[in-house]
Design a protein around this ligand. Structure first.
Ligand SMILES: C[C@H](O)CC(=O)SCCNC(=O)CCNC(=O)[C@H](O)C(C)(C)COP(=O)(O)OP(=O)(O)OC[C@H]1O[C@@H](n2cnc3c(N)ncnc32)[C@H](O)[C@@H]1OP(=O)(O)O
Length: 308
């Protein structure tokens, strides 16, 4: 590969450090994770169930790379090289040579535990790291689905992944120090992210604080306390957040917020973590936010969001 000797992966010592990554799922988080890995000169293999989903995932990543070019974050050449490093498969067996796998499928504990059990059989290198980008499911539950729970960690990225610099690293009572250090070094030294460590508690640090706040904003709308637009305006102008809680809920996805709330409520039984009926109805209606074009706001295929 041209110029590879200068790449961050090569500088870090590709023999020992992670240079072959697998990402499971090319939805908004999986695509973002695959993109930042490819931009960091890492060889990336992405699993999607069908050719159609793989094509949609690739298109999502290419759009984001285009945005990186148009906003001056990366050059045309870097865009091309990153796209070239991304391969897709619908056979998890192809992950046998991966040194790190990041699972980023929907927030469903059964689906995730089945994936971890299968990955454990496929990826036999004892030094390989098996990571989940789960937003809230305790990592121990995923580790215990494997025979090698010492290899399992949480690596929780934030949306949009190419823009937000944080990774929460979650280790369990079973995770080995070597595995947690490899995962941390990959996120920090190869991807250039900043890492905070969190105990293995549902929601970890960020969502444990964020989700009760988002649910409170949804309850405000539900009770007629204030409008969607005024709540968001108040937070943007009054607290200097980049976006208000309802726009942010749309960005994260209301289905994801419900799944996180369910998981946190199951763990802590805090009323503030219980999903309000308006959230449940919107999820049932398929109005889950930006990814479906309709949530608290409407998102035309192109252009700015508008009120519901
Ligand atoms: C639920 C999960 O478990 C956890 C989560 O993910 S919680 C959600 C966390 N996310 C947030 O809180 C998002 C908060 N919102 C934001 O940060 C901002 O509103 C936003 C980044 C989404 C959009 O910001 P906005 O200013 O409207 O857009 P835009 O100007 O196009 O982009 C902002 C910056 O990102 C850069 N950028 C955007 N897309 C990019 C891409 N694909 N690649 C590289 N850079 C990109 C832009 O160049 C710009 O950089 P600059 O400030 O240096 O010029």
């Amino acid at each position: 590969m041209p110029g590879q000797a200068d790449t961050p992966a090569a500088k870090a010592g590709a023999g020992d450090k992670i240079s072959r990554v697998g990402v499971i799922g090319a939805g908004q988080m999986g695509a973002g994770i695959a993109e930042v890995c490819a931009r960091a000169h890492v060889d990336v293999l992405v699993f999607e169930q069908t050719r159609e989903l793989a094509a949609a995932g690739r298109a999502r990543i290419l759009r984001s790379l285009d945005r990186g070019v148009s906003s001056g974050k990366i050059t045309e050449r870097e865009r091309e090289q990153a796209a070239w490093r991304l391969r897709f498969t619908s056979d998890l067996g192809d992950f046998a040579d991966r040194q790190l796998v990041v699972e980023a499928v929907l927030e469903d504990e059964k689906v995730k535990t089945a994936i971890f059990a299968e990955l454990d059989r496929i990826v036999t290198d004892p030094r390989a790291v098996l990571a989940s980008n789960t937003s809230s499911i305790p990592i121990m539950k995923l580790g215990m689905a494997t025979k090698h729970s010492e290899r399992v960690v949480g690596m929780h990225f934030f949306n949009p992944v190419p823009v937000l610099p944080l990774v929460e690293l979650v280790t369990t009572l079973m995770t080995s120090t070597e595995v947690s250090e490899r995962a941390e070094s990959f996120a920090r030294d190869i991807l250039g992210k900043q890492v905070v460590r969190s105990a293995d508690r549902s929601g970890f640090v960020v969502n444990a604080l964020l989700v009760p706040y988002l649910l409170s904003a949804i309850r405000m709308v539900e009770s007629g306390f204030a409008t969607v637009e005024d709540i968001d305006k108040a937070i943007v102008l009054g607290l200097a957040h980049p976006m208000g809680p309802l726009a942010l809920s749309d960005l994260v996805g209301l289905d994801t917020i419900k799944a996180i709330a369910d998981s946190m409520y199951e763990e802590f039984k805090e009323p503030l973590s219980s999903p309000p009926p308006l959230l449940l109805r919107m999820v049932e209606a398929g109005r889950v936010g930006k990814k479906t074009g309709h949530g608290f706001y409407q998102y035309p295929a192109s252009g700015r969001p508008s009120a519901k």
